[in-house]
Write a protein that binds this ligand. Structure first.
Ligand code: ATP
Length: 426
């Protein structure tokens, strides 16, 4: 007790002998110093809270990609998992105008000024989002104007359709360039109508090309309408290269068919119809609204089991069949709705007369019931390379009957509107 008194007096700087100890001059410091300390602490706390809130707001307000959540996607095995490449899904936007505003900032480097697009649009066909046109893009220098393809979003479009269309553009951007994929050249998204600007693959789709090869003409618009077995392998290898590119990004195509391959004069092949790959990438599944012609699908897809790259291998076998028959519909004797039953009986297509034994054995390896027994893309590629070395490059594939698109559509189980507009029977 005495010690405490002594200490207190020492602190108050009074002598022990003093009768009276006046501490008035120190009361000031005793109150001020703790008050300053508490004040400083509160200010620092306030600054930390402010910085935290500001950080959160910036995250929410940043346009496009940053404001979006990467959605899990189906992997090569059909498993759902995290995936590289965030997608444009600005969740907080509620009106089309604000959505376009934020996404246009995110897609700034792709924007093409509308004045550069010619007003004369030649419709090629109806795509899944709207009309697909061919037109000219001017770049100021007349020598540099070029033909491009415009995929338009139909009007009026609902909010989710606008969001989906913008997501498709972003998906193209995420994929990047590959010589065997249709290239994205830009977009117009600051207001409606929304356009995706694509490189023009002038000769159109492979199916129309194959049908034209049946006709008695040699060349048209600089393209030789003759195809040999060696060229079938040449096109096939390019499709496999595009599929490998997708596989490297943990994607698959899901709708490999001659109608989804575009062809150039020099027989460069470009895979298009990436809508399904986009859906799987963003939603983790194929939407129930999308119908894929059954005759191209692997059994696991027909049985609604998870899809993957091995399903593309099956469809690649059908693509070889399409090429070697110059665009015949698969399983001509089987109604599209009976295809699963047909396959469950262990039946596959017979060797077409125009098909070599080597090519038929390649096809059959793609049509093995079990996904794991089918060759991998790498194996298939190397087998195609070997087969191409000895393949015939002289004999032109020939089929005497011309194709009537309406009949074809019926047998193939495709809507006739989805078929190429470039082919005519005349
Ligand atoms: N870049 C292009 N050059 C020439 N023709 C094209 C081009 N893109 C598309 N087409 C034509 O449009 C058709 C449909 O193309 P695509 O399958 O890419 O459109 P889509 O209906 O939007 O498909 P998806 O929804 O699968 O992306 C093609 O078969 C082809 O005839």
């Amino acid at each position: 007790m005495g010690d405490q008194k002594h200490m207190a007096r020492m602190l108050l700087e009074c002598s022990l002998s003093d009768k009276l100890c006046i501490v008035s001059q120190h009361q000031y410091e005793i109150i001020i110093i703790p008050a300053l300390l508490v004040g400083t602490f509160l200010i620092i706390l306030g600054v930390i809270v402010w910085l935290f809130i500001r950080g959160k707001r910036t995250q929410q307000q940043s346009p496009g990609l940053q404001g979006s959540a990467p959605v899990p996607s189906t992997s090569l095995n059909g498993q759902v998992g995290a995936q590289g490449g965030s997608m444009l899904v600005p969740l907080k936007e509620t009106s089309v105008e604000s959505l376009l505003k934020t996404s246009t900032q995110a897609l700034a480097e792709l924007q093409v000024p509308r004045e550069q697009l010619s007003e004369v649009l030649e419709q090629i066909c109806n795509g899944s989002c709207g009309a697909i046109y061919r037109t000219k893009m001017h770049t100021g220098d007349p020598a540099k104007s070029k033909i491009i393809v415009l995929k338009a979003l139909k009007e009026p479009a609902a909010f989710h359709e606008v969001q989906d269309f913008l997501g498709r553009i972003q998906f193209h951007q995420y994929l990047g360039k590959h010589q065997n994929l249709v290239q994205l050249d830009g977009c117009c998204t600051e207001r409606e109508p929304l356009y995706m600007v694509l490189e023009d693959v002038a000769q159109g789709d492979l199916l129309g090309f194959l049908w034209t090869c049946r006709r008695d003409i040699m060349t048209m618009n600089g393209l030789l309408y003759d195809i040999t077995e060696k060229q079938v392998y040449h096109i096939g290898k390019q499709v496999l290269s595009a599929l490998e590119f997708l596989q490297d990004k943990h994607l698959f195509h899901g709708d490999v068919a001659a109608r989804n391959i575009l062809i150039q004069c020099d027989l460069t092949a470009k895979l298009c119809g990436l809508g399904l790959a986009y859906e799987v990438h963003t939603q983790g599944a194929i939407s129930s609204a999308r119908t894929i012609p059954l005759k191209w699908l692997a059994p696991e897809r027909l049985l609604l089991r998870p899809a993957g790259i091995q399903g593309d291998i099956w469809s690649f076998g059908i693509l070889l069949y399409e090429m070697v028959t110059l665009g015949a519909p698969p399983y001509p004797e089987v109604p599209p709705v009976s295809i699963l039953q047909h396959l469950q009986r262990g039946k596959v297509m017979k060797r077409p007369s125009s098909c070599s034994h080597t090519m038929y054995s390649l096809m059959k390896s793609c049509w093995r019931w079990k996904e794991d027994s089918r060759p991998s893309l790498k194996e298939l590629c190397s087998r195609l390379n070997t087969a191409a070395r000895t393949a015939d490059d002289e004999v032109v594939l020939q089929v005497p009957e011309l194709v009537v698109p309406e009949l074809y559509a019926n047998v193939a189980g495709i809507s006739v509107e989805n078929l190429s507009h470039s082919y005519s029977i005349l």
